[in-house]
Each structure stands twice: as structure tokens, then as C-alpha cells.
Design a protein around this ligand. Structure first.
Ligand SMILES: O=C(O)CCC(=O)C(=O)O
Length: 268
């Protein structure tokens, strides 16, 4: 058994392997998100937390890993772009391309996520992104209302499935994911995708209607890419690390013209 396959069996809780997907799939279709419950083992939580810190602190490194540090001001508008790794710090906001790491890859490829992805995506499957969203104990950065798609993503079709796993508790005051239920059914707010303009947020009354999705470490959520979602700063005093993977058909093509089109990692 390869190192990644053996990690996979240790990481997925045995009871999660045969999880009945009828409920989660129905919730995901109706609300745009679904709770999968606790799926990641204690060993998996410990390993992925430790690896997250190893990567942020430079103890483990891979060429091509993407890093974005929090802004000193704590404001989303002030986030640094294009700076990459800025030295050891546990205040990186986002790490991408975690499929390069065998421990994260093992989690991406676990049999439960494969079953979910195969029930929603026809044919062979790749990932668009595998991302650590980190909110340091000192608070991190608020993430405004957004959708994960549109021309901003540079694809010939929008992916629809993301699976988000809490590596730490993400309580209501700890920067948990917040959503506007059912908003995925309206498609993209703008053709560009990404951040949702304030006029749309006001028109929908999104701030008043948002639903917080607190999660315990090891719990996972399915999130439709078109679901309006956001997360606030972390006031728990503890790190809030979460890992999210976007699965899509392997037929999805990158439309970017300025540089060579991106190749996406096949997983199933
Ligand atoms: O973990 C978070 O704070 C938000 C995750 C998110 O927005 C995303 O996966 O697009």
C-alpha cells in the first residue's frame, strides 16, 4: 500500500465510509450546502493540522505552492497579492495547490469524497483547487460574500462541488462559514463571479438572512460553488484551519490565454 493510500484509511472514520448520501445530496440540491458530519479521524486532524503548520513555517516546502498572507490591517481590501511565501508565520490566510502534499492528497482522494464526487459529476474527475483557509488565533481576515466561479475562474464551465473539512473547531464566533441558503439556484450574481457586489448583497438582504455553519474539527460540508458564502474573523482565540477541495469533470478546460492553460490534477 502506498504511503498516501495508508494515510487515507487512517484518515477517514470507518463509519463515514458507508455514509448514506441520500440526505446530504438532497440538502445540497435544495440549500446549496450539506453537512456530512464528522468524517476525519483524530489521527487525520492531527496530521493535517501539523502539516498545515509545517507548510506555513517552512519546515515542509514544495515548489509552486501558493501562499497568501493576512493583511497587517486585517482588512480584506489590503490583502497582499503575488508575494507568495513571506517567511515563517502562522498568519497565512490561504495556501493553494495542496494536492502536492501526500497527506492532503490522501484526504482529497478519500473513498467518501470519491463517492460524493462520482454521484454528482459524470465521468473522470479532477480538482480545480485544494486550499487551506486559515484564520490565525489572532483573528485572520474576514472573507466577504462570494461565489466560487464565473469568468474570474477562467474555465469553460463552472464546477459545482466543493467539500470543506474543518481541521479545527470553527464555532459561530470563530470564523465559521456563513451561507445564504438556496442562493446557488440563482446562478452567478455577476458574470465575473467571485466577490458579490454590495448592491446585490443589500438587495437580497443577505446579511440579515445568513445562516452560520459552525463546525467541529473533523466535520465536513458540501458547498455548491454558486452558493453565496462568507466567513468573519476568528474571535475564538484558537487557530481556525479548514481545507476545501473543488471537484470537477476532467473535461473542464482552462480558458486563460495570457499564460499556458492550467492543467488540473486528476483524482478519480
Ligand atoms: O473557510 C472559509 O473561511 C471560507 C471557505 C470559502 O469561502 C471557500 O471555500 O470558497
Amino acid at each position: 500500500m502506498s504511503a498516501s493510500a495508508s494515510a487515507m484509511t487512517d484518515f477517514l472514520l470507518p463509519e463515514a465510509t458507508a455514509l448514506d448520501l441520500a440526505g446530504p445530496l438532497a440538502d445540497y440540491a435544495a440549500r446549496g450546502y450539506a453537512r456530512l458530519g464528522r468524517v476525519l479521524s483524530d489521527a487525520g486532524i492531527a496530521a493535517l493540522r501539523a502539516r498545515s503548520d509545517d507548510l506555513m513555517l517552512g519546515r515542509v516546502a514544495y515548489p509552486g505552492l501558493f501562499f497568501q498572507h493576512d493583511a497587517g490591517s486585517g482588512r480584506y481590501e489590503d490583502l497582499p497579492y503575488g508575494k507568495g511565501y513571506q517567511g515563517p508565520s502562522t498568519s497565512y490566510r490561504k495556501l493553494e495547490k495542496l494536492e502536492k502534499d501526500p497527506l492532503f492528497l490522501a484526504w482529497i482522494e478519500n473513498p467518501l469524497f470519491e463517492r460524493i464526487a462520482r454521484s454528482l459529476i459524470e465521468g473522470e474527475i479532477s480538482i480545480y483547487r485544494a486550499v487551506l483557509f486559515n484564520k490565525a488565533a489572532s483573528g485572520g481576515t474576514p472573507l466577504p460574500w462570494h461565489q466560487d466561479g464565473g469568468s474570474y475562474w477562467g474555465l469553460d464551465r463552472d464546477p459545482e462541488l466543493q467539500i470543506w473539512t474543518a481541521l479545527d473547531d470553527a464555532p459561530a464566533d470563530g470564523g465559521c462559514v456563513e451561507v445564504l441558503e438556496g442562493s446557488h439556484k440563482g446562478g452567478l450574481a455577476t458574470p465575473l463571479g467571485g466577490l458579490i457586489p454590495a448592491t446585490h448583497v443589500r438587495a437580497e438582504g443577505a446579511d440579515a438572512r445568513k445562516v452560520a455553519l459552525p463546525a467541529r474539527a473533523g466535520e465536513a460540508l458540501m458547498i455548491h460553488n454558486h452558493l453565496w458564502h462568507c466567513s468573519a474573523v476568528n474571535r475564538s482565540g484558537h487557530p481556525r484551519r479548514a481545507f476545501t477541495v473543488c471537484y470537477m469533470s476532467r473535461a473542464t478546460r482552462c480558458l486563460r490565454k495570457k499564460r499556458a492553460p492550467r492543467a488540473f490534477t486528476p483524482v478519480f
